[in-house]
Design a protein around this ligand. Structure first.
Ligand code: ZN
Length: 250
């Protein structure tokens, strides 16, 4: 889970349109929010990921649901209120169900930075400093679902850690002179760049992968070697900064 910047309301959703759609929802109970301009803007806003669990929404069985943060049955006047709409997966949508977020708040990722309320421990979210908001969010969304979330997070983070080990081996060999061709140098630098992009906020489960990579002892050694070899360039620095912002320290 990462903070998401809300995009501007689609121009098609004018105040008049909102009134018309809200009235239709109240009278006919139709899915008035299911328009391409709402769905496409929400999809773009979260880079094609569920705003809660960060799974990719274009994978099989994970198509996007328009989530009403304040539930549409309890708060029908907000059924197409732009600030009330979020993109999420069927799993999170089902778990949240009819939960009343006004009576028992959970994190709204467009308003609250999850890093203030959550940490990651062994691919699982935990509440930070006993945060009630963090705990409620984990419970309501069932964010530590072993099969559907913890396992895929582990698989992706583990693959990143394996790549990290391979790049570190090559960097050690470069440093001790065993293998220090220009080709090898490019493999090391570009390998690390693509690895860090896996932990970029646009990537799936980015909070988990970023935390796993940035706190890995191999990463610390690899970065030290690259700095000592003068391989640590401006682009690596920029990508690393994005990864650090995405991570939730344990
Ligand atoms: Zn989800």
């Amino acid at each position: 889970m990462i903070k998401i910047n809300r995009l501007d309301c689609p121009p098609e959703l004018t105040d008049e349109k909102k009134r018309e759609l809200t009235q239709r929802f109240i009278m006919e109970k139709k899915s008035v929010w299911a328009t391409s301009y709402i769905k496409d803007t929400l999809y773009k806003m979260s880079k094609g990921k569920c705003c809660f669990c960060e799974c990719k929404l274009d994978e099989e069985g994970k198509y996007m649901h328009v989530e009403h943060f304040h539930h549409k049955d309890d708060y029908p006047n907000e059924v197409v209120e732009w600030n009330n709409l979020l993109p999420c997966c069927i799993r999170c949508n089902t778990n949240k169900g009819t939960h009343d977020t006004i009576v028992e708040p959970i994190i709204n990722v467009t308003l609250t930075d999850p890093r203030d309320h959550l940490i990651i421990d062994n691919y699982r979210f935990k509440s930070k400093n006993n945060s009630q908001l963090g705990r409620k969010t984990i419970d309501v969304l069932y964010l530590n679902d072993s099969d559907q979330l913890v396992k895929p997070r582990f698989d992706i983070a583990n693959k990143a850690k394996e790549s990290l080990e391979l790049i570190l081996d090559k960097a050690r060999e470069f440093k001790d002179g065993t293998s220090n061709s220009t080709r090898r140098k490019n493999i090391i630098i570009n390998g690390l760049k693509s690895l860090l992009r896996e932990a970029h906020p646009d990537s799936q489960y980015s909070a988990i992968v970023a935390t796993a990579v940035i706190n890995d002892i191999d990463y610390v050694e690899l970065k030290d070697i690259l700095i000592s070899l003068n391989f640590w360039d401006a682009e690596l620095q920029r990508i690393e900064s994005e990864v650090i912002i995405t991570s939730l320290y344990t």
